[in-house]
Design a protein around this ligand. Structure first.
Ligand code: ATP
Length: 349
């Protein structure tokens, strides 16, 4: 990446008493990117955001914006704004006053404030609500006020801490689309914390997957899904069957007494224990193959999701097109599974 907008270099945050928020984190984010920080609770997402915003000082390491150190600057001296989960709008002010707040604190002249507030409200689709008390707005509208309030300051970097998590499912989906198109129109760099992988996959240019204060993988959504770098990412993104197997020589793996062609296993010593990663769409019911006992079938949109047990390897999930529903054996029956042609199994040491 040429000249990133934001860089973290070897950032560690030690909260004391053995609690580490971040451990030696390196991260580069380019201007204009929409990047999500994703991972399980306690993995360090919020700490990363707080370190960038200036609410938290790293124990060691550097935070750079356009190549210049900003680690020593207080939050209000950084060209960075944050949108929080709970909108944090001021209930006693109307919409326009809420949005103008950041500008008035900075002593922006009145006429300029009025123009910029109007532009920001236009941007988030609230131009007709300027004089409304925020208490009269819906959750989604309040979150738009919070967005406008952050954007009106024209930050170089907008940080969003679970901005949509307080919204119900359908509004949340609608706001995801709005957020993505807003970011694309503005070209402002967005860094968003979320624990919702569907949200991260659908709106990010790149996703940073974190675990235990460290970065597991940084990649575009499709790459993260198709080529997870670690077993953790494979298990965290989408549904993945992770099955105990052994390497079996040139590009093959032994699973439940059968040998499967797995090009990824090339180079592994025969007999080495591995974890085989198979997506539900990589498997199919077959006349012969791996012994599989069906437990249950659930509706899954265009396909039916069949859950069962592979003898000797544990639970397995596969997706069967609904047009082939009649081929699914009844719960409790024994069936056989094979790799679907074109499947791309993954192997983790
Ligand atoms: P969540 O999704 O639950 O918000 P997160 O990924 O945002 O989690 P962080 O809040 O960044 O995680 O926390 C990372 C680690 O640092 C956790 O183990 C947490 O307990 C610890 N931590 C965070 N803030 C503090 C603090 N002020 N004092 C002590 N430990 C802290």
């Amino acid at each position: 990446m040429s000249d990133p907008l934001l860089s973290l270099r070897g950032v560690t945050k030690d909260f004391g008493g053995g609690a580490f928020g971040l451990i030696d984190v390196d991260l580069d984010i380019a201007e204009g990117e929409f990047v999500s920080l994703l991972g399980p609770s306690g993995c360090g997402k919020t700490t990363t955001l707080r370190v960038v915003a200036g609410f938290e000082r790293p124990t060691s390491g550097r935070v750079l914006l356009n190549g210049a150190e900003i680690g020593h600057l207080p939050p209000n001296r950084r060209p960075v704004n944050t949108v929080f989960q709970d909108y944090a709008v001021f209930p006693h002010m109307n919409v326009a006053e809420n949005v103008a707040f950041g500008l008035s604190v900075r002593g922006t002249p009145r006429a300029e404030t009025a123009r910029r507030v109007a532009d920001a409200l236009e941007l988030v689709g609230l131009a007709d609500k300027a004089k409304r008390p925020v208490s009269a707005l819906s959750g989604g509208q309040r979150q738009r006020v919070a967005l406008a309030r952050a954007l009106v300051c024209a930050p170089k970097l907008l940080l969003l801490d679970e901005p949509l998590s307080a919204l119900d499912a359908s509004l949340r989906e609608q706001m995801q689309v709005e957020l993505k198109s807003l970011q694309a129109r503005l070209g402002t760099t967005f860094v968003m914390v979320t624990h919702d992988q569907t949200e991260a996959l659908s709106i990010s240019d790149r996703i940073v997957v974190m675990q235990g204060g460290r970065i597991e993988q940084i990649a575009a959504p499709a790459e993260l899904y198709d080529r997870p770098a670690t077993r953790f990412v494979a298990g965290f993104i989408g549904t993945m069957n992770l099955l105990p197997a052994q390497a079996a020589g040139v590009g093959a793996v032994r699973l439940c007494g059968q040998t499967l062609p797995v090009p990824e296993a090339r180079g592994l010593p025969p007999g080495a224990p591995v974890t085989l990663g198979l997506r539900p769409e990589d498997l199919e019911l077959a006349p012969a193959g791996l012994g599989f006992r069906v437990s249950t079938t659930v509706f899954h949109g265009r396909s039916l999701r069949v859950i069962g047990r592979l003898e000797g390897a544990g639970e397995v999930i596969l997706d069967v097109p609904r047009t082939r529903a009649e081929t699914i054996p009844a719960p409790g029956s024994l069936a056989a599974l094979a790799l679907r042609p074109g499947a791309t199994p993954l192997v983790f040491p």
